[in-house]
Ligand binder design. Sequence first.
Ligand code: NAD
Length: 432
Amino acid sequence: MKVTVLGTGYVGLVSGACLAHFGLDVTCADVDGDKIDKLVKGEIPIYEPGLEEVVHRNVHAGRLHFTADVAGAIPNAQVLFLAVGTPPLPDGSADMRFIFDAVDIISENHDGYQVIVTKSTVPVGTGAKIESIMARKHDRESYAVVSNPEFLREGSAVSDFMHPERLVIGCDEEKALDIIMRLYKPQIDQNVRVLITNRVSAELIKYASNAFLAVKISFINEVSRLCEEVGADVMAVAKGMGMDTRIGPRFLHPGPGYGGSCFPKDTRALLDVGREHKVGLRIVEAAVMANDDQVQRSLNKIQHAFGTMEGATVALLGLAFKSDTDDVRESPALKIAAALLDAGVRVKAYDPAASQTALRELPGLEIVNDPYDAADGADGLVVATEWNEFKKLDWPELKKRLKRPLVVDLRNLYDPIEVREAGFTYVAFGRP
Ligand code: NAD
């Protein structure tokens, strides 16, 4: 089966490489010529564990191709995946420019029977709009539009795609469904749960899932505030809550707020869909507001711990929005760094993968090579991303390097007793 993936970013490249791994003939097409040039040379433009190997293996096997000629990649493909970006507009709604540009290219070059599959996260009703664009020029029998939202997580994207928890397929047409089921046969054979539903429901499942997880994160962040007032330990509270299988332990970890290219934009876009249909989504609204507060709350914590920020140097560990990625989109770590720089603070930052992407956004950062370089001469350490390599630090060495033994742990990574016994002042969220 020939497949073309339009958009070769985090989702498109991983999806394309993994589909090729499952034996399909895949072309990844992108309008970004530089990105394609890199891929053609064998360079992987993003940091994603395990991705390089899958890409190289499948390129060598002749099953994975890259092209900047998007139009040329449309004919002959039986399935066309839309994996272009849907970034937020200033009013919170999704910017659908890239989707509709891509659909125009498909419409211009449509050939034979083709299934257009939306993998990008799109507002409810997008499938119907795509269908009507196609209907302007083409016989309704010659194409189908399917919603197949992607749930992979950056940092574990390859294994998430190869062994998904669930496949959601929004499709009402038997012929198209049969093609999609054949395409996903290797995953389905692993007993992956498959939900086949109508297209609008599939579109909404993605937004509702991300919004629900965002609510869970904002909920525990608010509980951590209360913990600080009443002397409770949020880690114990979260653990106790998570033991209830109705609640579950995941996404109950306090931190500087959710970030990344999905939760902030998808919660806002869902609110926009609610507004459009005159349905108030007050819980999601509250989660968004609580999350916005969390960056300020992180900054207040830093300021309070440091005493004064005037002339201060902060050793910042972590810039990515979470561990195992170089993605800094909506990263709370980057927002904190930006606010510190604005306040005239010197920020010595270290991140195992995101230093360069962060530097492009914030040229004022001083990038160093490891946590100990960051600590050299700094007034305190701020941990903003939960990378594994930050979980075990050499406290005596850090103490030697820092001007003063202070740790502001915005990810609640450490055992407060251990850090305090090492002679540090330790500040975290919701811990006595
Ligand atoms: P990205 O920005 O990394 O990649 C998008 C790519 O699309 C870019 O390389 C861009 O050049 C390309 N593009 C734009 N217009 C194009 C066109 N007309 N033809 C071909 N290529 C075009 O975005 P991403 O993070 O991969 O996200 C893509 C979509 O998937 C978004 O809707 C996002 O919400 C969703 N999603 C993302 C994740 C994630 O973890 N990043 C997870 C699930 C779903």
